[in-house]
Design a binder for this molecule. Structure first.
Ligand code: CTP
Length: 446
């Protein structure tokens, strides 16, 4: 019996795939199809597949051409599969000509002519693009513009801000200083205006029937936050809190491991985020244009706390050193959260510096994420005996921003929620900022 193997992503199965599978099958008696896992595709830069692994497997199965399906999960797996499954022929389309010659050592390699005129990328691109408008003048917006280029199916088309920026990335975009003019031209907005304006900008966009991706916090009070989510629901629109950390694979996995009991019962979560880069402590800086440490850093820092312990804390206490109290700019804030089953601290600063690490303490061991943990591709699980320690590495591209844009575009497309930040957590974050603004339970450092 001649065994043939072929590999692919098979997103939105089209006749080019089917023809390839038919010809592959005809090369022998038994066809094995390797289908790439979502994670492996992510590391290969294929980030916005329309279908999940299970859907792609089901589609290949439905062709009736595969005698066996394997999932391709890692670099180098092909050699493993060929040996393990006793494969005689490896085949793929001619777009890979020469690329897999190294497999000749293990079996025969055949490149089959690719069917002209069709590809998954084209099928994906045929759909009308989601036109996104940017709201605000923070420098971070250029990162968003650059990251959106990696996501097919979306297009940043314009910017609304009080003044046109000088960044070269903005050159080709439509610019307006009227919000309604931007809203008319887009399907969705990415809001990165000053936090006190988020509520207003979100609400206007939703009322105009536009989807919203908004930097955290989405509002300044819990009540406003609930109103926004209710409005989005009522109008069948997506409102998503933009915290890029939530889209780092390493971060997602470490949260699952903490919740899955890998370090025993979690008793403490300690997250630190600081940077001096924003220059709030430089003499003469226009603080009215700056985000404070609370809004700039605390949403990301609170994410692991709320994802692990939930949002129902018993008490919290702020320790804050203000840079300028009238502008509500804190140079440093530490928040202690007390839960029934554990405690957490969040330390954020734009006017002080500390090691930006995340430590999750458990009864059997701890998770250690080195600085800068909020855009990490790496973490360790450490135990009493160092020989038991484990290290984990997951590739991260674009600090998570491009995956966040993919999740947003998918949500808009399907009407389903693909956000990694739950509504409950968005609201809890807003609540912590609301109480900070009210100076509730705050010890001021002078
Ligand atoms: N294939 C083919 N003819 C096409 C498209 C794909 O023969 N028109 C083959 C590829 O060469 C590969 C297999 O089908 O052996 C699976 O390809 P895959 O990468 O999943 O599909 P593409 O349509 O090429 O996807 P993309 O556009 O995302 O690269």
């Amino acid at each position: 019996m001649v065994k043939v193997i072929t590999y692919g992503t098979y997103d939105m199965l089209h006749y080019g795939h089917i023809r390839l599978l038919e010809r592959a099958k005809a090369l022998g008696d038994y066809l094995i199809v390797g289908i790439t896992s979502d994670d492996y595709d992510k590391t290969r830069g294929k980030i916005n597949l329309q279908q999940t692994l299970m859907e792609r497997i089901a589609a290949v199965e439905a062709t009736g051409l595969a005698d066996e399906i394997v999932v391709e999960e890692y670099e180098g797996q092909k050699i493993d599969d060929i040996r393990r499954l006793g494969v005689d022929i490896f085949t793929v389309g001619s777009d890979w000509e020469g690329y897999f010659d190294y497999l000749n050592e293990y079996c025969k390699v055949v490149y089959l002519p690719r069917t002209q005129g069709v590809s998954s990328s084209e099928v994906r691109a045929e759909k009308r693009k989601l036109r996104i408008g940017l709201v605000g003048s923070t420098v971070f917006r250029t990162k968003f513009i650059n990251e959106a280029k990696f996501v097919n199916g979306v297009e940043v088309v314009g910017v609304y801000a009080s003044a046109k920026g000088t960044e070269p990335e903005l050159n080709t975009l439509y610019y307006t200083d009227r919000y309604d003019a931007l809203l008319e031209r887009v399907d969705a907005v990415y809001i990165i205006s000053k936090p006190e304006n988020h509520y207003k900008h979100c609400k206007e966009a939703l009322l105009a029937g536009k989807h919203v991706l908004c930097e955290s916090p989405v509002a300044y009070t819990r009540e406003q936050c609930q109103e926004l989510f209710a409005l989005a629901k009522e109008k069948n629109l997506i409102l998503m809190d933009a915290i890029k950390t939530a889209y780092s694979t390493a971060y997602e996995r470490l949260i699952l491991m903490a919740k899955g009991g890998k370090i025993g019962r979690v008793v403490s979560v300690d997250a630190v985020c600081t940077s001096l880069r924003d220059g709030i402590s430089i003499e003469g800086t226009d603080l009215s244009k700056k985000w404070n440490s609370m809004c700039g850093w605390a949403p990301a820092a609170m994410l692991p706390v709320f994802q692990i312990f939930g949002t129902d804390y018993r008490r919290k206490l702020y320790y804050t050193m203000f840079q300028d109290k009238s502008e509500n700019i804190d140079a440093f804030t530490k928040i202690d959260f007390v839960y029934g089953s554990g405690v957490a601290t969040v330390k954020v600063a734009k006017g002080a510096k500390a090691e930006g690490e995340l430590i999750i303490t458990g009864t059997k061991g701890y998770i250690y994420v080195p600085a800068p943990w909020w855009k990490t591709d790496y973490f360790e699980i450490r135990y009493e005996h160092p020989e038991d320690n484990r290290r984990f590495f997951y590739q991260l591209d674009g600090e998570g921003i491009r995956y966040e844009i993919v999740a947003f575009a998918k949500a808009v497309d399907s009407g389903r929620n693909y956000s990694n930040v739950s509504e409950e957590i968005s609201e809890a974050i807003v609540g912590v900022i609301e109480d900070f603004n009210k100076r509730q339970n705050m010890i001021e450092l002078i």
